[in-house]
Design a protein around this ligand. Sequence first.
Ligand code: ASP
Length: 339
Amino acid sequence: MRLTTPLLLICLALVSAGVRGQPESTAEIEPVAIAIHGGAGTISRESLTAERERTIREALEEAIRAGHAVLEKDGAAVDAVTAAITVLEDAPEFNAGRGAVLTSEGQVEMDASLMTGHDLGAGAVASVQGIRHPILAARAVLEHSPHVMLVGAGAEEFARARDLKFMPGEWFETEFRREQLREIKARESGQATRLESEHRWFSTVGAVALDRAGDIAAGTSTGGMSNKRFGRVGDSPIIGAGTYADNRSCAVSATGHGEYFIRHVVAYSICERMRLAGETLAESADFVINDLLVEAGGDGGVIALDANGNLATPFNTPGMYRATIDRDGNVGVKIYRDE
Ligand code: ASP
């Protein structure tokens, strides 16, 4: 007996190692990836103070890490997208939620949309006021209504019924946006302005993500364009224009001059060129932004990702606030074209 017990234990250990196969540490883990943007536009080193640049980079990093943390814990792509966007909606530097641009009447009117690529689920809100996180209102429409888009008072009532957080008007308005509106109005009335380029910053926010289950999702949130007519709605809440996600092709969130993005159905076009013409994500996104839109005169850019975790972030403006964490975990936070 004494001699056989150790032998038995060795045999058991060998059998159990055989059954387990590879040690867990080297097992194949499905990749995750995420990209976010905080808007494209006439962003140059001269136009940003060192402090503003640092604040923006920090906010981008905080947002992308919030989204990536969700994916790392095996969370869904749609949860990662909303986690990243809610951080950006709260950051006053960006044109979404707090810090959103003002209409010509000096009001904040916000738009947002969200799409899930595994089922083409979509939700959007447009021209809403007071909702702290419009992206969560878009999500509520996606998950709790038979509709794709709700606007204005109807969307706000729906958000209240879903217990979403509301904030007073002053919470959204920043001095930066009031000054921006004054400058645009002065320029329109023929007076000289300090910075012609200032109003060409779009700074809408968006996110795209791939989760471990292989699903992708996209979301976009914005205040629209400075000095817009009240009631104007841009591309950001339009499924297919500012946002699109389809597991068979890609997930896209756009930023730029919305009227052009609507006419060229930008987000959907990028996905469909992949699916129908067999282009890669990089080829398709680059063609739509740097050929089609440039020829049309539409300024802006996109973040895009496919179900393999490939990323593309083309833009035809001098800069785009953006951040990525690729499938190998590499983090990139960028602003200018030459980065
Ligand atoms: N695309 C947005 C709009 O036209 C603006 C932006 O990207 O900042 O409403």
